[in-house]
Design a protein around this ligand. Structure first.
Ligand code: TRP
Length: 328
């Protein structure tokens, strides 16, 4: 199966993002023909500082490589380096009813958070660019979170519409929903989801120093009482620590619960800190190494761009001819 997925360059990764999205990419790259794309053009739909954006885009590639995205097994590239993404987006824009874009829940959410004068057409057209990312490669499957499934429905609608009007061209891609694993909650407020936009002591970054991981875990909010058991309503703090332990040790939660049954909170925290450090330290080292190897990373991106471009160009030739544009 041919797979495409995208990740925004902005916004750091905490352990929840890693366990949710990236581990799925790692599995897919073993069995399928995968295209993984850092979507810098999508990032432009909200105001960005130019230098920061450029840095963040390179950093995101480094992070993906450090986490195990393997350029020998998949095509890793940057969206803006394959200009066909924008070109196809324009053409799909001419087939997209305005009303459908205005109804998109993510658009409404994001627009609500901006003052009206900073809601730009790019934000409205975000899903069309996403559709063009996917359709350009005649992708069959798209791994995403639930929040993106409305965008993929539109992608299928646009594929169908184009095919009906201009003849069979695009593949209607399937949504591969991210397995909704256990939710990881904030360390500071275990009733809320872990988020990188909250205070630093509330989340665990994937590339954090061992000392800092330890400090945050030891300082995590726990619950009244002493007993360790998995009960997210009555014991949200302890349950969250057990959840994280279970995900990183790849043991079922009952087994983890048993392991800590007769222990105290401090022991649970120490064990969790040690486990996190053991699992995350190799990733942090890998990232540190890649941070010094700019040319190597750029070479990977160049190869990714070349491969993606060859497919993108072929699709666009077909599209141009079908919609009635002259040869370039
Ligand atoms: N919109 C996606 C997100 O925010 C990122 C994305 C852009 C994407 N283009 C894509 C995901 C194409 C899958 C396929 O998560």
């Amino acid at each position: 199966m041919r797979i495409f997925s995208g990740i925004q360059p902005t916004g750091g990764m905490h352990i929840g993002n890693y366990l949710g999205a990236i581990t799925q990419w790692l599995e897919l790259q073993e069995k399928h023909e995968c295209f993984f794309c850092v979507v810098d053009l999508h990032a432009l739909t909200l105001p960005q500082d130019p230098d920061e954006l450029r840095k963040a885009t390179h950093q995101k590639v480094v992070e993906l490589l450090a986490l195990g995205i393997n350029p020998e097994k998949c095509t890793l590239f940057i969206q803006s380096q394959v200009p066909e993404h924008s070109e196809l987006a324009w053409i799909l824009n001419t087939l997209t009813p305005l009303g459908e874009l205005e109804r998109m829940t993510q658009f409404k959410d994001k627009a609500r958070k901006q003052v009206a004068s900073s809601v730009f057409a790019g934000l409205l057209n975000y899903p069309v660019l996403m559709a063009s990312d996917v359709l350009l490669y005649k992708t069959q499957g798209v791994p995403v979170g639930q929040d993106q499934s409305q965008h993929l429905e539109l992608t299928r609608t646009l594929a169908k519409k184009f095919n009906q009007r201009f003849g069979e061209t695009f593949v209607e891609p399937k949504t591969i929903l991210k397995k909704e694993g256990a939710k990881i909650m904030s360390l500071a407020d275990p009733k809320r989801k872990m988020s990188k936009s909250d205070k630093a002591d509330s989340y665990l970054g994937i590339f954090e120093e061992p000392e800092s991981l330890k400090k945050k875990v030891m300082g995590a909010v726990t619950d009244t009482g002493k007993e360790i058991r998995f009960d997210p309503t009555k014991k949200p703090g302890v349950s969250n620590l057990l959840t994280i332990y279970s995900l990183f040790s790849v043991e079922p939660i009952q087994k983890v619960e048993k392991k800590f049954q007769k222990k105290d909170y401090a022991f649970l925290k120490k064990s969790l800190a040690a486990l996190l450090i053991e699992k995350l330290e190799p990733l942090r080292r890998k990232k540190k190494e890649l941070d010094t190897r700019d040319l190597y990373v750029k070479e990977i991106l160049r190869r990714g761009q070349q491969h993606a471009s060859s497919l993108a160009r072929a699709t666009m030739e077909e599209v141009r001819e079908k919609v009635g544009l002259l040869e370039p």
